[in-house]
Design a protein around this ligand. Structure first.
Ligand code: GUN
Length: 289
């Protein structure tokens, strides 16, 4: 078993970006919009702010009340779209139920959509055009690239069909060329005989949002397993009262794998690193246009 150290690879990405940013007179700036005080969102946004600071990216945090109307949120995003000092905009998900999240994500200017959630950018990904790619799938692709894991002709099984992770991750493996050319199967909570399908995978991407869902009998010996899950499960032995586990039963699955990502310390840090990369790209594009 070979552990993929996401912290280490993310640090390399961050150092490379830091170098690029240090050569710029003006600095990139990303706006974080957080609605409400969901503890996981508070913690993720804080991590993103700290990482931005490390890279030399300026950040602005907008904390809005849970009760904000969809119209008022759209208005705030319009202001950021029109603010020339802001190069990237990230609206932290999840949003309150009374807000149509798709409508919000599609309101972010595509040129500032560092999350890659906008329909135009998702469409460009399907068309294999250069675009902002959703940070978690981009992070998976970067891990695969830097670990020199062969994807050509491999069977990749994606477990989960979200617009943020599952679908774009599949598109990246499917695309023509390096780090692509895979045969991709999408599975989800309604897939019958799921273990039968995951057992055929050379690469499994677990993004179903269910703690410890992928068991050893669902994975072929020698497979590569990428765990996207970040689930809080109760653990009275911890001061916080919880611990983080992935969608993969790591202890039992790891011995069968050629490569596996841990949780925490696998895909998570890469998501943040790719957000920084997208922000630097947005900044550089704004300079050249
Ligand atoms: N919530 C969980 N992951 C993400 C992400 O990558 N971007 C945003 N905006 N919200 C999230």
């Amino acid at each position: 078993m070979n552990l993929i150290d996401g912290n280490n690879i993310a640090e390399s990405v961050i150092n490379e970006l830091k170098e690029i940013v240090s050569l710029q007179v003006e600095k990139p700036c990303v706006a974080f919009v957080r609605v409400g005080n969901d503890p996981a969102s508070v913690s993720y946004v804080r991590k993103k702010e700290k990482t931005a600071e490390k890279v030399g990216i300026l950040s602005k945090l907008y904390v809005l009340p849970n009760s904000i109307s969809e119209n008022d949120l759209l208005e705030r995003i319009s202001e950021l779209n029109n603010d020339r000092t802001v190069h990237g905009i990230l609206v932290q998900a999840p949003l309150p139920h009374h807000i149509n999240a798709r409508c919000i994500f599609n309101h972010v200017a595509p040129s500032k959509d560092v999350d890659g959630f906008h329909a135009e950018n998702l469409g460009k990904l399907c068309q294999e055009e250069e675009t902002f790619i959703s940070c978690t799938p981009a992070g998976i692709s970067e891990l695969i690239k830097r670990k020199k894991i062969e994807t050509e002709g491999k069977h990749v099984v994606i477990v989960g069909r979200s617009l943020i992770v599952g679908k774009p991750a599949g598109m990246l493996f499917l695309k023509k060329g390096i780090n692509g050319n895979s045969t991709v199967t999408f599975c989800h909570s309604r897939t019958p005989n799921l273990p039968e399908i995951t057992r055929q995978a050379d690469i499994v991407v677990a993004a179903i949002g269910k703690p410890l869902f992928i068991k050893p009998e669902m994975v072929k010996t020698g497979a590569v397993v990428i765990d996207v899950g970040i689930n809080r499960i109760s653990d009275p032995s911890k001061k916080s009262g919880f611990r983080l586990v992935g969608d993969v039963d790591f202890e039992k699955v790891a011995p069968k794998c050629k490569f596996i990502t841990p949780v925490p310390g696998g895909v998570g840090p890469m998501t943040v690193a790719m957000l920084m990369s997208n922000t630097v790209q947005a900044f550089l594009k704004s300079r050249s246009s």
